[in-house]
Design a protein around this ligand. Structure first.
Ligand SMILES: NC(=O)c1ccc[n+]([C@@H]2O[C@H](COP(=O)([O-])OP(=O)(O)OC[C@H]3O[C@@H](n4cnc5c(N)ncnc54)[C@H](OP(=O)(O)O)[C@@H]3O)[C@@H](O)[C@H]2O)c1
Length: 325
């Protein structure tokens, strides 16, 4: 099969597109013929050797795919060859075939395309867990989403709106403002030229109840300062590269909480709850209640261009790689 490989750690241009042997399916494993591979920010980290987990070289990045079951190992009873599925891993997805443990495979509803199914597991899974379980978001509350046109951001807008919240999206360029509005954001702030704290306070009538922060850097403290009494600040990631240091007195003054969110670790600790949420997301997409944004596709061979888009902040919604071009 063809695969996009990391043979030495580095930026997207170090990836090579090569023939490799098909993975051999073992007991409890499912081999997926990949039709769509989602591109996620951690893929950028893993190819540079900056992620929490580091596979031995050479490896293919890519932690989520959609496709068709090509083979099953001994003991696999829930799936048969030919089934439409989504599969999760940490790496191995930027390839024509991906091997996954059966617990990390779920059926893909017929109504959901491979492109959408293969690119929404991580972002929608993370944000349903973040907003509902960790953030205790209630209808009528106001949510401020940083990096709102990105993968986590667009999922946050859709899910928060579906939960009955008012959404203030915050982005770093004017071209991203329209993306957020189309997804249902009530208000949009461009933090490259507007004062995030002042605008968020004004637009929320005094303070926001929940902050979604996948960006980090200088915007985190400004967002915390825009929070309402009893608010919840959801720490999702640090796409800007800088882990902020926060004056803890701010939490005391607002009686607010800074809440960590680590979806992948939660999924490993509570696989049944994680799978139930992912099935729910699939059903809600199939029903048309959620309409995730896939803004761009590339052939698998051009996967480096997708990662360059993410690194350069050009990506909106999700980018998907197509092994069949
Ligand atoms: N905690 C968890 O369980 C979990 C799960 C999934 C993802 N994450 C993390 O969440 C973060 C965001 O993921 P994502 O999928 O939303 O990524 P993404 O689609 O690339 O969006 C990230 C956004 O961050 C902003 N940004 C600011 N500085 C940036 C920089 N130097 N490089 C790239 N983006 C920058 C950009 O928005 P503007 O241009 O508008 O500023 C961009 O749209 C990542 O750190 C990822 O690892 C965490």
């Amino acid at each position: 099969m063809k695969a996009l490989l990391v043979k030495e750690l580095g930026g997207p241009n170090t990836l090579v597109y090569e023939d490799v042997p098909d993975p051999e399916v073992g007991p409890g494993q499912v081999l997926v013929d990949v039709r769509a591979a989602g591109v996620n920010f951690p893929d950028l980290l893993i190819i540079e050797g900056k992620y929490q987990f580091q596979p031995p070289l050479p490896f293919s990045p890519g932690g989520e795919v959609a496709g068709v079951v090509a083979a099953i190992g001994d003991g696999v009873e829930r799936f048969a060859v030919g089934d439409r599925v989504v599969a999760m891993g940490i790496w191995g997805g930027y390839a024509e075939k991906m091997l996954a443990a059966q617990e990390r495979v779920l059926p893909l509803p017929d109504e959901v395309s491979f492109e959408v199914g293969g690119s929404t597991i991580t972002t929608y899974g993370t944000m349903l867990y973040a907003l509902r379980d960790r953030g205790q978001l209630k209808a009528g509350e106001t949510v401020l989403v940083l990096g709102a046109a990105g993968g986590v951001g667009t999922a946050s807008i859709e899910l928060a709106k579906a939960m009955g919240a008012k959404v203030i999206a915050a982005v770093g360029s004017d071209d991203k403002v329209e993306v957020c509005r189309r997804l249902g954001a009530d208000e949009v702030i461009n933090y490259a030229r507007e004062d995030l704290k002042q605008r968020a306070k004004a637009l929320s009538g005094g303070g926001v109840d929940v902050v979604v922060d996948p960006v980090g850097g200088a915007h985190s403290e400004a967002a915390l300062r825009a929070m309402a009494w009893g608010g919840r600040f959801l720490v999702i990631g640090f796409a800007a590269g800088e882990i902020p240091r926060i004056p803890l007195n701010l939490t005391l003054l607002k009686s607010c909480a800074i809440v960590g969110v680590f979806w992948g670790a939660w999924l490993a600790r509570d696989p049944a709850a994680g799978a139930a949420q992912l099935v729910e997301i699939g059903q809600r997409i199939a029903a048309g209640e959620l309409t995730p944004l896939v803004s761009r596709t590339y052939p698998l061979a051009e996967g480096a261009r997708a990662l360059e888009d993410v690194a350069a902040r050009r990506a909106t919604g999700k980018i998907v790689l197509l092994p069949r071009g």
